[in-house]
Every structure is written in structure tokens, then in C-alpha cells.
Design a protein around this ligand. Structure first.
Ligand code: NAP
Length: 190
């Protein structure tokens, strides 16, 4: 299975290449770079639409339009840009997982901009699914994973009750291989 991935650090790129992915360093907010990357890798089987930022931890009253624009720029416009570019190159029967969150379906105080972005991402997964019945497009709720984002969300508190990033990656690769087409347009939990 040929899986494409984009990251923002060279070390993360090297890890993905070791796992057999076609990986590059790019900013998902840069539409020209995203388009060029997918042109360069050509046909592939699977995409993990993963890049996101947590944004500010503030009530809606304290959140500014600029805060929301900033989070949506990466988490929604970036994810849309990646999905649109990948659509032209995924093989028939290809798989697209858009990494959502519990907060893509449930509200949590003080994470308004992030919640808004993940609700929109759930919509993106469904629109891709209904416009492309030959593809599998799902929103993927990864649960709690031991990453920098979870560390930030917990304000530096312990995160060792969460799944390791390595275990989550193995489960994602397994789902790429096994998830039935009938699940397209839904949210799948890891
Ligand atoms: N960890 C959890 O418990 C949890 C729970 C629910 C959902 N999620 C979702 O899981 C996904 C992965 O998050 P994570 O936990 O691994 O968080 P993370 O440690 O903060 O990683 C986020 C990733 O997105 C990249 N990124 C951010 N902005 C980008 C941009 N403009 N262009 C390209 N890459 C960009 C980051 O690159 P840099 O490191 O270079 O900034 C980083 O590799 C996200 O969609 C997140 O919302 C995570």
C-alpha cells in the first residue's frame, strides 16, 4: 500500500519514510506546495489527513475572529487543500482518513476554535465520501494519544494513560487495509 504523508520537520519525515510512506515536509496552508507534492508522488492508495493545531484555550467570549481564522486555516482550509489535491491521485478504491477528534462531535468549554474546526473536518470527510463513491473517506477519532498536542491540552500534566503514538500508527495502518467501503462517510474511532 502506498501511503502519502506530509509533516513539518525533517526528523518526522525520516520516521515516516522508514515506515514505508511517501513523506515530505510542507505547510498545508501553502496550496501550491500541496498540489506540487501530490503531482510529484502520483497515484497512491491512502492518505492520512492529519495536520492540526490546538489553538488557544479560551472561552468563546475571549476568542477573537483572528484566533478562529488561524485555527481554521490549518485544520479546515489546509485539510481541504490536502484532500482536494489527493483526490486527483488516489487510485480507485483508495482511502482517505481525516483525523478528527471527540471534539468533532462534542463541545468542550474553552476549546471553541478547535471544536469548530473538527466539526467542519467531519463535514469534509462526509462531502468527500458522497462526491466520490468509489473512495473510502472517513473522519477518524484517534482517542487520546501521547503527543505534544495532548501534553498542551493537559497543560503539561501526565499523558501516560493515553495510547502511544506508535500503537496508534499501527492501528491506522491496519484500518487502511481492513476498513470496509460501507463505512465511508462516517466517523470511525481508533
Ligand atoms: N493527541 C491526541 O490525543 C489527539 C486527540 C484527538 C485528535 N487528535 C488529532 O490528531 C492529529 C495529530 O495530532 P497530534 O496529537 O499528533 O498533535 P501534534 O503533536 O501537535 O501534531 C500535530 C501535527 O500537525 C502538524 N502541523 C501543524 N500545522 C501544520 C501545517 N500548517 N502544515 C503541516 N503540518 C502541520 C505538526 O507539525 P509541527 O510539529 O511541525 O508543528 C504536527 O506534526 C490532529 O489532527 C489532532 O487534532 C489528537
Amino acid at each position: 500500500m502506498r501511503v502519502s504523508a506530509s509533516v513539518r520537520s525533517q526528523s518526522a519525515r525520516e520516521q515516516l519514510v522508514r515506515l514505508g510512506c511517501a513523506a515530505t515536509v510542507l505547510d498545508v496552508r501553502d496550496a501550491a506546495a500541496v498540489e506540487a507534492w501530490f503531482e510529484a508522488i502520483g497515484p497512491h492508495d491512502a492518505l492520512l489527513n492529519n495536520a492540526a493545531v490546538l489553538g488557544p484555550r479560551r472561552s468563546l467570549l475571549e476568542t477573537t475572529p483572528e484566533d478562529v481564522r488561524e485555527v481554521l486555516h490549518t485544520n479546515v482550509v489546509g485539510a481541504f487543500t490536502v484532500a482536494r489535491a489527493a483526490l486527483r491521485h488516489l487510485v480507485p478504491g483508495g482511502r482517505m482518513f481525516h483525523v478528527s477528534s471527540y471534539l468533532g462531535r462534542h463541545a468542550l468549554p474553552d476549546y471553541g476554535a478547535y471544536c469548530l474546526s473538527k466539526f467542519a473536518l467531519e463535514g469534509l470527510a462526509r462531502v468527500v465520501a458522497c462526491e466520490n463513491p468509489a473512495l473510502l473517506s472517513v473522519a477518524l477519532d484517534p482517542g487520546m494519544v501521547q503527543t505534544d498536542m495532548l501534553r498542551d491540552a493537559r497543560l503539561g500534566g501526565p499523558i501516560d494513560d493515553a495510547t502511544t503514538a506508535e500503537a496508534a500508527a499501527v492501528r491506522v495502518l491496519d484500518l487502511f487495509a481492513t476498513l470496509p467501503l460501507e463505512t465511508s462517510g462516517t466517523t470511525v474511532s481508533l
